[in-house]
Design a protein around this ligand. Structure first.
Ligand SMILES: Nc1ncnc2c1ncn2[C@@H]1O[C@H](COP(=O)(O)OS(=O)(=O)O)[C@@H](OP(=O)(O)O)[C@H]1O
Length: 375
């Protein structure tokens, strides 16, 4: 300071100038110190978050094992939750209970030391359908994103277990940290009458993802699944039409009924604006999965992390598969129940069904503002 003073005197500066120089110097030192401190804090926070994300992705909750649709094609059991977490007073579940054996393990101790507290949250996004249109593929593809955490199995809360309450539902959700989206898929939600109102009641801002596919192919896929479980199943043509001829379509038969998308969509639109719904083409999800997943990421406000680099086309299976996923680090396809061979169906029956669906498809294009160009 003395040196600076002498230097200033030598320069014949007045004491006013000296004071200004001092203030400027001290201000610069202060700002430089604050900037560095902020930068270090921010870097440390980013590292903590990324550690936590890695740990969470290694921690698959028990219910995320999908009995029928395991990625490796094998059948795994979908036990009800045996997690040792506790439910908080507000209904949210903390991963860090004192009595929790999970909470006592070293990896969670690390998170606790960092003051981070993963919680189970109600889903903010639902894949509501449509059955046999590619809903599993959509879920497995979008959950490659580090900011998406999903319940692995279909929870069926809004259609089958509604009476159990939101607390039960929340307990079936995976743990998330701030910034991560909780997602669930149950394809029967789309066609179940009470569901739109119930979802609206849970959260008016819920985002809804709907995969749709040519209703005729969808009906055949639905039938193929049912026939795979029942040896003496009648032929598709016998079930899809009344009285054995192709003149009257049996609109009460589930596989046919579900394909009248416009009818179900109208119910959803009574509760949600079109802007909260995203329609994904089941056909394009097979031809160009990166394109459709790109749209989904944009819709959910996510950075485009899942890209064409994640997919490869498996010629044997005839479907896009994944290089790696949360569950497996080696290339793999969806399970055996996805991408089945369909039985041969009389082309006249197919043509009659196409004719039947045409007006409903047009109505659906009109409601969604998208022409899916189904034949
Ligand atoms: N990548 C990939 N791999 C395999 N299968 C794929 C894929 N993308 C879409 N699909 C189509 O998904 C159809 C099954 O639809 P869902 O997953 O919605 O079925 S379910 O409602 O959950 O049972 C399934 O129907 P089927 O071909 O009749 O088996 C497929 O056509």
């Amino acid at each position: 300071m003395l040196g600076l003073s002498i230097w200033c005197t030598n320069l014949n500066l007045s004491s006013r100038s000296l004071a200004i120089v001092l203030i400027v110097t001290l201000t610069l030192v202060y700002f430089s110190y604050s900037f560095n401190a902020c930068l270090l804090a921010s870097i440390s926070r980013t590292l903590q978050q990324s550690n936590l994300r890695n740990l969470l992705s290694l921690t698959t909750p028990p219910q995320s094992q999908d009995k029928t649709i395991a990625l490796n094609g094998s059948s795994t059991s979908s036990s009800s939750s045996s997690s040792s977490s506790t439910t908080n007073i507000d209904g949210s579940d903390s991963l860090f209970s004192n009595s929790s054996s999970d909470g006592a393990s070293p990896k969670y101790q690390l998170l606790r030391q960092q003051g981070l507290r993963p919680l189970r949250n109600l889903p903010s996004t639902l894949i509501i359908g449509v059955k046999k249109s590619g809903t599993r593929a959509l879920l497995e593809f979008i959950r490659l994103h580090p900011d998406v955490r999903a319940a692995g199995s279909e929870v069926h809360f809004f259609d089958r277990h509604y009476q159990r309450g939101l607390r039960w539902y929340r307990h079936h959700m995976p743990y998330t940290i701030e910034g991560q989206i909780t997602m669930e898929k149950t394809p029967s939600y789309f066609v179940t009458k009470e569901v739109p109102q119930r979802v609206h009641h849970m959260n008016v801002s819920t985002k809804l993802l709907i995969v749709v596919r040519d209703p005729v192919t969808r009906a055949i896929s639905d039938y193929t699944q049912a026939a795979s479980k029942k040896a003496d199943m009648k032929r598709f043509e016998q079930l899809a039409f009344v009285n054995g001829s192709y003149s009257v379509v049996d609109t009460n038969w589930g596989p046919v009924k579900i394909g009248v998308y416009a009818r179900y969509l109208e119910r959803w639109l009574l509760y949600f604006p079109l802007s909260q719904l995203l329609f994904i083409s089941g056909e394009r999800l097979i031809m160009d999965p990166a394109y459709e997943i790109g749209r989904v990421q944009d819709f959910l406000g996510l950075k485009r992390v899942v890209t064409e680099k994640h997919f490869y086309f498996n010629a044997t299976k005839g479907f896009p598969c994944l290089f790696k996923s949360e569950a497996r680090s080696t290339p793999h396809c969806l399970g055996k129940t996805k991408g089945r061979n369909h039985p041969h169906i009389d082309p006249n029956a197919i043509e009659r069904l196409r004719e039947f669906y045409r007006p409903f498809n047009n109505k659906f294009y009109q409601l969604t503002g998208i022409n899916f160009a189904w034949p």
